[in-house]
Design a protein around this ligand. Sequence first.
Ligand code: GCU
Length: 400
Amino acid sequence: MPYLRNFALFSFFFLGLISAYAQNTFEANYDESKVQPYTLPDVLKTAANQKVQNKTTWETVRRPEIIRLFEENVYGQMPKSYDRLTYSVKNTNASAMAGKATLKEVLIEVVHNSKPVKINLVLFVPKKPQKPVPGFLLINNRGKDNTDPTRAHKSDFWPAEMVIDSGYAVAAFHVSDLAPDDTSRYVNGVLQLYPEQLTANNGMRAIGAWAWGASRVLDYFEKDADIDAKKVAVVGHSRGGKASLWAAAEDKRFAMCITNCSGNTGAALSRRRFGETIRRINTVFPHWFTRNYKKFNDNEDALPVDQHMLIAAIAPRPLYATNASKDLWADPRGTFLALKNAENAYGLYGLKSNLPAESPGINQPIVNSQMGYHNREGEHDLTAYDWSNFLKFARVHFRK
Ligand code: GCU
């Protein structure tokens, strides 16, 4: 009997330990009063401790430093070259959307080390005499039916008609063309072209691959006479929004960045440890970020960056971030604070962000500002409301 009792006690203790571990590891904090004090790395202080006073030092010293820190520690190296990019228009429809748009389904093939990766682009261009037109490119991380080229299926995740009616081109590709979103299959895509990435501690993984793909689509846009490649907004939701931020930071040709509910390792500050944390994201999605990033599990303060610096690296280009009121997992306040803490980089260009001192209320979009923001009423999603504000934001900034 004592043996049984000891066993029961031991099991109780052991299970208690496991559940405490699970709680410590994964239970998210949603209580603002429990956010511990933290110090963010200074956006405008170089590694050599020099204060950045002007955009020349920013562009030649500090911004490249920040990009390198994100490559090294978070998203991984970005391959700088490829051998060949070709494209072919697989299908067109000159009277799509009841004659309002031209559909082009374009197959973009990128070859490196004799290996190809194929990106299937769905593109609608508005029928209007003035060409080229600015456009929106969505990094689609949800079902392919969201971007149905036939328009038999329509979805607010990619409300192509709404964008066309506003006079912009609208395009999308699916993340699985670059790296399937799966812990083992993610290697079956771009990473076949750059196998050295897989062995490097700072090698890119899925999110880096998706961002790389967005840049290859931009390479294609530069060859498409219908598209004003100097006015392309890269858009992503959630994990796709982490990729849209990284794409815009890495590739200055993106004229605008839109990051919707991107949360942890997207637009939200990691040091707040509010909602999703670095340990949780690295554990559940080990195929998204570098091996080096795992060093920062429960160790956010050791990171030489935080996400406000990624936003700063996009300056002076317009950036719009969103949240949803019920999506605390993605830390709406932490996103707003990341934008606030990137204001000084925009300031180097004489640009004011016009963001209020504190997060605006629910459904109070701020579009007349170089950094825009809204917190939509509702759940984690990309909706027609979100898109209608992206379009307002574009109207302000693409007109300039
Ligand atoms: C999970 C993940 C988030 C991600 C989200 C999504 O919730 O933890 O980091 O943003 O999926 O992509 O919808």
